[in-house]
Design a protein. Sequence first.
Length: 328
Amino acid sequence: MRNHRAAFALSLALATLAPLPALAQAPGKETARKLFEEGVELEKQSQYTAALAKYREAEQITVTPGLRFHKGYCLEMTGRLLAAAEEYVAAEKLARDTNKPDVLAAVNARLEPLRARVPQLLIRLTAPSKDPDIQLDGAPLGTGQAEGRPFRIDPGEHEIRARAPSTAFKNFVKKVQIPEGITFTVDVFFERAPAGAAAGVVVPPANSGATTVTEPPNEPPPKRSYVLPIVTTAGTVVLAGGGFVLFVLGGTAETDGRAACQGKVRDCDDERSKVRTLDAVALGSFIGAAGLGVVSAVLWASKGGERSASIVTRSTAGGATFGLAGSF
């Protein structure tokens, strides 16, 4: 490992020095030589992005094998492996053409290990769809890339978007983190859109001149009224209380009637009739209280607007009566 690193350091130094004579000998290329030297200094400080900018400026004046090699090295250090490989290949060809074995050695030391690090992406369609529109990081994929063939890609975060030709399906969006040196597979599928979208309801893009149809907002549920539950509850209490009072009065009347009958002061039939009347009215009050109690419980437990009820009165030959009417 130590010998390999030493060999690479030597080849890198040779590649650094290689372009200098060519730049110095050509008239008017002093600026390119200075830019290259500034880039090398920045590269030594691990400021690869700034060094890459210097190399690109120098490249506008002249191109050498060493310059392309250093561009590839900075691209590799910033994670742009595909672009780095392209620069290494171009540096290799130029080094062969200009007979620069030192640059060629430096390229060979970086290119093969780099190729092993470049990952591949495989996009598969898991749902039937004819000619879907698939984009990678905002750019449309080529025909071969969208047909289930793996292709090389830089490692890191990427976004895959797919749109089916039919509006019956939702768009597919997925962000992935692709590591180095593997084949990463993404299965593209289309979920069915809601009924409105499936029927062809499409919101037009901004500034398209079309009119956007907006559905009216849902009406808020009616506010619940507590008047009727309060009335029925109060009626329950009144009837129950009245029944209890009448029951007590009936007991008192029965006691008094027994005493009167024993002494034969009054007619016993009248006393019995009074007791029966009080007991009957008390029983009716209890029954009414029980009925109203059930109605009150239902009204308190029900949601507003789902059940309705009302108290009604009727006039009959026997007098006025009241009751509860409605639907539950």
